[in-house]
Design a protein around this ligand. Structure first.
Ligand code: SF4
Length: 369
């Protein structure tokens, strides 16, 4: 067996200083008391951060200046600095490259549709899963992101939407997908805490509905079961990319540890526990995983494990420069989708955004490096 990639590699660099968004409401009150301030200041600070989406001390006029300095200094360190923001699709897609306190680079992408605005966020800087077709996977894992670094991507995008900085005027950030850099379930504790902060009602959190949050995984089966037991209503997306172990061992190397059967049975447990359909993500790659027999096998295995509790999203591969991996031709894609549907499993093609702005996850960070 080949050595598994750097799945659980120790982070190379350190997490940022403690931030308000790392803490539960009770922990925030304690932290404020430790700073020698009245516990109700925690609520005020949370209100600025989670409800007003502000990190600017000058706007916190309900807190006396001396306390403000102490509280912001102790609980609101600057976490992410925007170093590049690129727009495309007529200003309805915006990709941001962030630098963290230690120079770590990460990305998030905001996509506005007629009926919703979705933010794709990173849960790790880099990724240890080593999927060969992915820009992020090529650089390995840099480090886990802290809970607050994950939440702050969302706060910032919510402010962009509210302030009308996207084409279409002011609006509301409605959906979050953990599909940026990293494997969310390899940073389990911080990701679950971030989901709670993102979905807790304001002012304890950002107030986005749990059903509007999607956690995407390559299939860390035990962590999928653990996530199910959190009893949250988030959607689970599993990046399967092929129904057979032989090819999946290559496309998604962690498959050597948890096979397709193990992943799909964990997905079934998630569907049964949450009552929600699971999304199966399938990046269609020319001459690699786009054969008709694989479409048929995919439908068969999904029906067996998940019955009707599943939906397949076919994603035309977003090729990274210099890579041998390419998207399948449209007629091949159409036939693949037709066969999966004919096999009794709902299947559609995911709209891809940001082709002109290095949209494949990790591409912008790789270019910057
Ligand atoms: S495809 Fe996802 S899990 Fe695989 S290396 Fe890229 S970021 Fe990691």
């Amino acid at each position: 067996m080949t050595a598994l990639p750097l799945v659980f590699d120790a982070p190379k660099r350190g997490l940022p200083p403690r931030h308000l968004a790392d803490l539960t409401a009770a922990e925030r009150a304690e932290a404020v008391a430790e700073l020698g301030e009245k516990p109700f200041r925690a609520k005020q600070l949370s209100n600025h951060y989670f409800s007003r989406l502000s990190v600017n001390p000058d706007e916190m006029t309900d807190i006396p200046a001396a306390s403000r300095e102490k509280l912001v200094g102790g609980l609101m360190p600057t976490l992410l600095t925007e170093i590049k923001a690129l727009a495309c699709d007529d200003g309805t897609t915006r990709k941001t490259l962030w630098r963290a306190h230690d120079g770590t680079l990460l990305e998030s992408v905001l996509m506005r549709y007629p009926d919703r605005a979705t933010l794709c966020i990173s849960s790790q800087a880099g990724c240890g899963m080593a999927c060969p077709f992915c820009a992020t996977g090529q650089g390995g894992l840099d480090r886990n992101l802290s809970t607050a670094e994950i939440v702050d991507q969302v706060r910032s995008a919510a402010a962009v939407m509210r302030d009308g900085e996207m084409t279409g005027g002011p609006g509301r950030l409605s959906n979050i997908v953990f599909m940026g850099m990293g494997e969310p379930l390899a940073n389990y504790k911080r990701v679950v805490a971030a989901v709670r902060r993102i979905t807790d009602p304001s002012p304890d959190g950002l107030g986005i509905g749990q059903r509007s949050v999607t956690v995407s995984t390559v299939g860390l089966a035990p962590a999928i079961r653990k996530l199910a037991d959190e009893k949250m209503q988030v959607r689970l997306a599993v990046s399967l990319h092929t129904p057979d172990d032989e090819l999946r061992d290559t496309l998604v190397p962690v498959n050597e540890r948890w096979s397709v059967d193990e992943v799909l049975s964990a997905a079934r447990y998630y569907a049964d526990t949450s009552g929600r359909r699971v999304s199966i993500e399938y990046a269609l790659i020319r001459d690699i995983n786009d054969q008709p027999w694989r479409a048929e096998l995919l439908a068969k295995r999904l029906r067996k494990h998940l019955g009707q509790l599943v939906h397949v999203n076919v994603i035309p591969l977003n090729p990274t420069p210099g890579s041998k991996w390419d998207a399948s031709p449209k007629p091949v894609e159409r036939e693949f989708v037709r066969l999966v549907n004919a096999g009794g499993v709902a299947c559609t093609v995911r709209d891809t955004r940001g082709q002109e702005i290095a949209a494949a996850c990790g591409q912008l960070a790789a270019e910057e490096r």
